[in-house]
Write a protein that binds this ligand. Sequence first.
Ligand code: ZN
Length: 816
Amino acid sequence: MIKAFNLGDVILKDDFFTEVTQKDVDFLNNFDLDRLLYNFRLTAGLPNKASGPYSGWENTRIGGHTLGHYLTAAAQACAGGYGDCSGTDGVTLKARLKLIIEGLAECQNATGTGFVFGATMADPSKPELQFDKMEAADYNDTWVPWYTMHKIVNGLVETAKLADSDTAQRSLEVAEKLGEWIYNRTSRWTAEQRDHVLAVEYGAMNDCLYELYKVAKAAGYENAVHFKNAAHAFDEEKLFEDVLAASREGGKPDVLNNKHANCTIPKFVGAINRCVTLLEESGAAAEQQKYLEYCKAFWKIVTERHTYITGGNSECEHFGRDNILDAERSNCNCETCNTHNMLKLTRTLFMLTGEKKYADYYENTFVNAILASVNHETGMTTYFQPMATGCFKTYCNIDVNKNYFWCCTGTGLENFTKLGDSLYFYDEDTLYVNQFVSSEVRWHSKNVVICQSSDLPESGKIELTVKAGESDFTIAIRIPDWVAGIPCFMINGVSASATKDIDYFYIKRSWKNGDKITVDFPMEIRAYNLPDNSRCFAFKYGPVVLAAELGRDSKMSLRQVGVQCDVCANKIVRGLEMPLNGNYGGTSGLKPLATETLLVEEPVDEFMKNINKHFEKQEGLRFILRNADWYGTLCFTPYYRINNQRYGIYWLFTDSQEEIRMLETMAQSSADSTANYIEGIGVGYGAQTEGNETTWPYMQETGTGSVADPHELTRYAKAGGSFSYMFKVLPDEDKKIYLDCTFLKTDEGKQIIIKSGDTLIADYTLSCDGDDEKFVKSFELPQSLTKGQKELRIEFSGKDGNESARLVAPVSTSWK
Ligand SMILES: [Zn+2]
């Protein structure tokens, strides 16, 4: 198996990389550890030093996840040489890491069971309640405890691997005790209880437990095998088999459709670790191979059927149908956690197989989804990365007291303290140069340092210099998939030829201090199409995705979807605007604005074949698109560097004058189909909106469920139950106001009663003529209800005390 270098053995020299890493470290040094530990101490029954936990997600049933991410990010930063950096309080990052581990050890001693946890508790007398409820399939008000547990265990294990020896040892002890608590639970699960638990997002519990197993075993812990067994309890072989079958020719389509992407990807991060674990023990060869096949199949399906040009995937956190990507471009694409986890999977697949395609995907996604996720002025990171044209990225808050602590804020903390982790790899006698970033790598066993200076993305010129030592080995330089033509290699000034069909350029020799390899990778612009729209294109120059800069305007406001997730509230392209009102699960299916289409004089395919002719390259990686008629000049620049302005990665092209005339008429009348939309409401994913009566839409409920299938965003009233939200309406008497409800075809024949106060709005039995999975039914609101009102509470229940039909997000109001 190919091996990775330690983080401390790779020193970054590129300014962009060192600056964003430093900003991440500064942010980590800004945290008040007593607030991070607040709920852990409360759970353990210990007195607290802080007045409360951090806000946002940290003050909910998912609280504590940030502490786990913090541990991983800080341990990586310490391993990378940032441990002595300190915050304004003078406390170093190294010391912070130690303080958290000690804090957790104290909590663990107090509980006496190995359990440590940091969510806000529903009942302080039952600190493990969330886990108990999962096993009983009672998903009400639980959110995702095993997801949070994964972050904590992972943080402890990474600290055990990366921190200085005292802190590492202490962290391993805490991890082992917590691991035993987990093992005690998993080993007594019935098959049914296990199904209940695995039905809800659990991060990569299998991955962190396999890792704990390896670290604990190496340290001589006698019951290490407990962790391996517990890890396997989280391996979902049924899912793995389904994915493998679907990847085969003629396999079932849409195997990932409607699956929550960041629930699913980490399951395979764990699966690949099972493969590695078995391999390292030279055991169970057939099982090993099977797990490798599972992961290759999943990777293939995600990258070939669900991935945008940036390497990102998903719409509103979910995978859609195979090859449906243009239709799902919205303000809520490409959750950054997904790419974080895809890269973990990809990295290990590369190490196991040595196949270049994994390194190619890694580069593309690393540059265009991970580097693109950070605002390099502030170091803050994104949740979603919109693929809809005319949107902008939004970032978490640099003020720790105002931050919402999203999942992606956590993985974002991790991403930027390990930027050097996949640049180089090695095996017995080969150094793999996989990524082209100015840096230095120290290969201890060969006693050499190799220095890389890279001009990417400005040009494809790379220089590698052997800085010290004298040794026999092979340098293997990846030939990236974006290379245009034959790359040029020189060794100490003498040219060596390579064809572009090879994956790596291998140079085997006895290296001496001062030996130099220069590489020139020819670069060009390439056009990339989306499979569900032959006219929709995006562009790359070498490794970087280009996006047209669309500038700033006074309407760059945010709104929230899902759980306190900030997204851009509208898309604007050349003055034409579309409000983005859809709530969680209801943001896809945006129609393009008339101003997103460009007129070309030749057939679109021909235009794209000669795309380099149509881009005029200017200083500073600016590319002006010519011969494509639009309302002005479109200037494309590297997407990853675009912050704080609107952009367009994807554009539509046509050679039909007639179509353009039609679009222009539409543009002039500004007739937006969404103009009559008032506001949409997410009906509640899982449980987090429950108990959240103080924030819009002020949901109230008794006896409801939202989890028939936890991946489907529905809510229904159980027999005798009901639920209600506050809807926005218009007070004007001259407008008719409608409530637009989305239902599932499979609920046909079921009933729902819709009321406001005592006024009946609808007594409806579901019926639908079409074949679509979902359908919309509009109910006119009586004027007596809306007259003079801006808001209205509307309640849903079943008929005659029965269970109601399920409502699907979003439920919205509109007017005519
Ligand atoms: Zn996320």
